[in-house]
Design a protein around this ligand. Structure first.
Ligand code: NAG
Ligand code: NAG
Ligand code: NAG
Length: 416
């Protein structure tokens, strides 16, 4: 018996070893082939980006599938994934001398980062921070890495606002929360030991949008924020034919900023959950009248070196227009305001990224401010992608993230 076993075992073992090796090699080749996408030479950590994009894309697809068969709620799963990949790698280093605590201001939750050396000050320089995430994702937890580093590097008080999100709460819930908390801090600055003359409103993506909208309304009401720091902000939902949309939606930035998800986000943002159709990429969500009225504020032909013709005579899609009207209000699209209003803005710190559908609205905003001789600091991160400054620590760390946050913090510090 033993001898037969031996005879049988030897060849079986060596075959299975070869097989395993073959399978490993094939899987490696297959996965490299699957994740491969061409990227420019100077792209930061291209293979990490490729793998991350691949898996983000798979999870995004699984999200739709799971929702279709009523397995789970896609947004909640995405929020959870966002948390376990970014949010839970939080740093707490006593050498950084930061006091960190959560509290409520009015009825909104915030996380506060207070540099210890400000203990004795009764007028602290302050950054009010609004996180990004398309009004759907993101929270003070997932942004902890960024707000922590901002406080550590600027040595200012950072207040990270936990505003209400879609789909639990629709426009203007997020804006209402951020507005009420900001006004409270301006009105009762003494009570919070805040220097009312040294407040910066900061945010990225949807948070940059909130920061600019609120800066505009503060100024109209006679308050003077020191600066607004806008990191690849969403500034307009009016013209989706800007070159950066045309260029980067088909490339699916990070595997998730693509046409399917863009249409889905637009539909999620509207309270009626209207099914948004691809014609929105040709601006079918606005009427002819609105096109004529608003186009001068986002005139790509005037403000960008390259642009596509804008069809002002296009009538738009009656099924979308009434449901998406809120998108082109200046409360949602702060770029859609006349020059007289931009004239009143404080110093703007604007950061844009190349691989970003929002690149061109940032450029247009910069051009408009420059033509008005406004004080603007604009830095274009020419080799990185939307959202990259979030990936500071943990397995998804990109080296460029820290460089970005350092640069942003330095500029805030110089202007606060
Ligand atoms: C906070 O209070 C305002 C005004 O009372 C209300 O409109 C808003 O819904 C509240 N926000 C939260 C997060 O409960
Ligand atoms: C905190 O600040 C110190 C001093 O500027 C710096 O050396 C360190 O890298 C910073 N750490 C983080 C996490 O920002
Ligand atoms: C901006 O400055 C230039 C050069 O000084 C001047 O010609 C132009 O009229 C100014 N524009 C505005 C809007 O003030």
């Amino acid at each position: 018996m033993t001898s037969t076993n031996d005879i049988n075992n030897v060849p079986v073992k060596s075959i299975s070893k070869q097989k395993i090796l073959l399978i490993i090699i094939s899987l490696t080749v297959l996965s490299i082939a699957l994740v491969y996408q061409p990227l420019p030479d100077n792209f930061p950590q291209p293979w990490k980006y490729r793998f991350l994009s691949f898996w983000a894309h798979i999870f995004s697809k699984l999200g739709y599938l799971g929702e279709k068969i009523n397995l789970f709620d896609r947004i909640h799963v995405l929020r959870f994934l966002y948390y376990i990949t970014v949010g839970c790698f939080q740093i707490r280093n006593p050498e950084h001398h930061l006091k960190i605590y959560d509290r409520r201001i009015l009825n909104v939750s915030v996380r506060i980062y207070e540099p210890e050396e400000l203990d004795h000050m009764d007028k602290m320089p302050t950054i009010i921070h609004f996180h990004g995430g398309g009004f759907l994702l993101g929270c003070r937890e997932t942004y902890d890495q960024v707000t922590y580093a901002l406080a550590n590097l600027t040595r200012a008080l950072v207040i990270s606002v936990e505003y209400r999100r879609v789909p639990e709460h629709y426009f203007p819930a997020a804006l209402d929360d951020c507005t009420s908390i900001t006004y409270e801090l301006f009105k009762n600055a003494d009570k919070y030991r805040i220097d009312v003359n040294r407040i910066t409103l900061a945010g990225d993506s949807a948070g940059g949008n909130l920061a600019l909208v609120i800066t505009q309304s503060l100024i109209q009401d006679g308050y003077s924020p020191r600066t607004a720091c806008l990191i690849y902000p969403a500034l307009q939902f009016f013209d989706f034919t800007l070159p950066s949309y045309r260029l980067y939606l088909p490339r699916s930035i990070l595997g998730v900023i693509n046409e399917e998800n863009f249409l889905s986000v637009m539909s999620e943002l509207s309270e009626s959950k209207v099914k948004v159709t691809p014609d929105i990429l040709f601006n079918s969500h606005t009427s002819r009248q609105d096109k004529i009225r608003l186009h001068p504020y986002v005139d790509a032909g005037k403000y960008l070196p390259i642009s596509f013709p804008f069809d002002v005579d296009q009538e738009g899609n009656e099924d979308l227009i009434p449901h998406l009207k809120f998108l082109i209000s200046p409360k949602m699209s702060p770029l859609l305001v006349p020059d007289e209003q931009l004239m009143k803005l404080p110093t703007i710190l604007l950061f844009t990224a190349e691989f970003d559908i929002l690149r061109d609205e940032g450029f247009i905003f910069a051009e408009r401010l420059q033509s008005l001789n406004k004080t603007l600091y604009h830095h274009h991160f020419g080799t990185t992608f939307h959202g990259s400054h979030l990936l500071l620590y943990g397995p998804l760390k990109f080296d460029i993230a820290y460089e970005m946050v350092e640069h942003i913090a330095r500029k805030i510090r110089e202007n606060l």
